[in-house]
Design a protein around this ligand. Structure first.
Ligand code: NAI
Ligand code: MG
Length: 495
């Protein structure tokens, strides 16, 4: 069974999609297009104009002009805030359509996109809209010891950072576009957004809604294309004031190098290998919680609870329980309402994840559940629980970004803090216990940007999100993100 496709979705994928530059839908300068496949079948879903350096540079010029001299910079914060709010409203008016498009392009279950991705994207715009009128500087009483007797009036201005390049991944295509665009718009920046080549469709549909909401031409430009061409051109463009990137740590390091030319500001939201820790006194719901922590979005979450640590007294019960859940998960097309897990996003990702499974097997790990491909078409991988691992194995150290968890045991709080931190990443962590002091003591010891206690994958527009160590620079969401989209200017007057 599959849901009936919304008419707008049929029309959207039925003809080639163009680039959105300066408020116009245009072909790539090269005339090239690329296909975005349906990962449930491997067949072509839609064709999309392929932006490259020339298109990116054109989009940056449009964003520069819109920032320097467009109506956007003359709007009041209240006017800006109302437009950002309207984007949230328009997303909510198109929930089913956007969820279907996301499911087709990314593979995730339509019902999950409908319940989580799309409403969260709307909520981000609604949350950010309120900040437009609340961005403030300070007045500061200064002393200046070498000017005795002088009086001053000093204050700070918080100003938009300028033209922002935003490069996003394919795991939550619409939501990542929202996380990036919301704070940029509310602070008065202008944007060139490059969606992931695997999943360009919802960002392009969002661009239509953004125009409908009243965002002036050139303020938001959306240029799909490949990383090495379009992405690299955006990261190295000297007219871009800041780049916000979400993706692999490997590419994050390339972005740092590309940004060096004009020392543009950077925020990076990178990979993870997050520990999920179940104590001896945890509620039995920790079993389901641990399964959800890794299997949500097919494990394609930067914050996936991919290292499961269980107290030795509960190890068999919890790990067997997660394996049972893994075996019961129903895989299928994202458009089938019975589907609990869809395909991985792409053939490349499928090969990556199955490559990790082979490496785990070769290193001596045991698959308690799963361990290989599911079916014979599309990019499906079985939910997998690996045991008998050692800390030096590739499957334990590296981000797999698929439905694969490694399970280990621990015996004490001090030991588990060290084990949890034994990673180059620091994005998230889960703690399951009824002892709330123990939970907070451990939360303090773990070097990661997000800690969940007796829950996992709880996201909210008002909570800052980002990484310690090689998981990134800066924070997204919450009011923390506004600091990354504004510059502070100190103004002093001699009275
Ligand atoms: P990626 O990091 O290559 O791609 C993410 C974005 O960066 C895409 O829009 C891509 O076009 C762009 N990009 C790629 N190379 C670029 C370059 N040289 N300059 C500028 N932009 C560039 O991620 P990929 O290859 O899709 O996935 C590989 C692995 O990365 C995954 O298996 C996973 O481990 C990790 N990843 C982590 C994500 C996260 O949310 N932290 C999201 C996606 C991937
Ligand atoms: Mg890549």
């Amino acid at each position: 069974m599959t849901v009936t496709l919304d008419r707008n979705v049929e029309a959207f994928i039925g003809s080639p999609r163009q680039l959105f530059i300066n408020g116009q839908w245009v072909n790539a300068a090269s005339g090239k297009t690329f296909e975005t496949p349906n990962p449930a079948t491997g067949e072509t879903l839609a064709r999309v104009a392929e932006g490259d350096a020339e298109d990116i540079n054109r989009a940056v010029r449009a964003a520069r002009a819109a920032f320097d001299s467009g109506p956007w910079s003359r709007m009041t914060p209240s006017e800006r805030g109302r437009i950002v709010w309207k984007i949230g409203d328009l997303i909510l008016e198109h929930v089913d359509e956007l969820a279907q498009l996301e499911s087709l392009d990314n593979g995730k279950p339509f019902l999950v996109a409908q319940a989580a991705d799309v409403p969260l994207a709307a909520d981000l715009f609604h949350y950010m809209a309120g900040w437009a009128t609340k961005i403030e500087g300070n007045t500061i009483d200064i002393s200046v010891p070498y000017m005795p007797g002088a009086n001053f009036h000093s204050y700070t201005l918080r100003e938009p950072i300028g033209v922002v390049g935003q490069i996003i991944p394919w795991n939550f295509p619409l939501l990542m576009a929202a996380w990036k665009l919301g704070p940029a718009l509310t602070t008065g920046c202008t944007v060139v957004l490059k969606p992931a080549e695997q999943t360009p469709l919802t960002a392009l549909r969002l661009a239509e809604l953004i125009a409908e909401a009243g965002v002036p031409d050139g303020v938001v430009n959306v240029v799909p294309g490949f990383g090495e061409t379009a992405g690299a051109a955006l990261a190295s463009n000297d007219d871009v004031d800041k780049v916000a990137f979400t993706g692999s740590t490997e590419v994050g390091k390339l972005i740092v190098q590309a940004a060096a030319g004009n020392l543009k500001k950077l925020t990076l939201e990178l990979g993870g290998k997050s520990p999920n820790i179940v104590f001896d006194d945890a509620e039995s719901s920790a079993v389901e919680g641990a399964a959800n922590a890794i299997f949500f979005n097919h494990g394609q979450c930067c914050v996936a609870g991919s290292r499961l640590f269980v107290h030795e007294s509960r190890y068999d019960e919890v790990v067997d329980g997660v394996a049972e859940i893994a075996k019961s998960i129903k895989l299928g097309s994202g458009l089938d309402p019975a589907t609990q897990m869809g395909p991985l996003v792409s053939d490349e990702q499928f090969r990556r994840v199955t490559g990790f499974l082979e490496s785990g097997r070769a290193d001596g790990a045991t698959a308690l559940a799963g361990g290989g491909r599911f079916g014979d078409r599309g990019y499906f991988v079985e939910p997998t629980v690996l045991t008998n691992t050692r800390p030096d194995m590739k499957v334990v150290r590296e981000e797999i970004f698929g439905p694969v968890v490694v399970a280990e045991s621990f015996s004490s709080l001090d030991e588990i803090a060290a084990q949890a931190n034994d990673t180059t990443y620091g994005l998230g962590a889960g703690i399951w216990t009824r002892d709330i002091s123990k939970a907070h003591a451990l939360a303090k010891k773990i070097r990661a940007g997000t800690i969940w206690i007796n829950c996992y994958n709880v996201f909210d527009a008002s909570l800052p999100f980002g990484g310690y160590k090689q998981s990134g620079w800066g924070r997204e969401m919450g009011h923390e993100v506004l600091n990354n989209y504004t510059e502070v200017k100190a103004v002093t007057t001699l009275l």
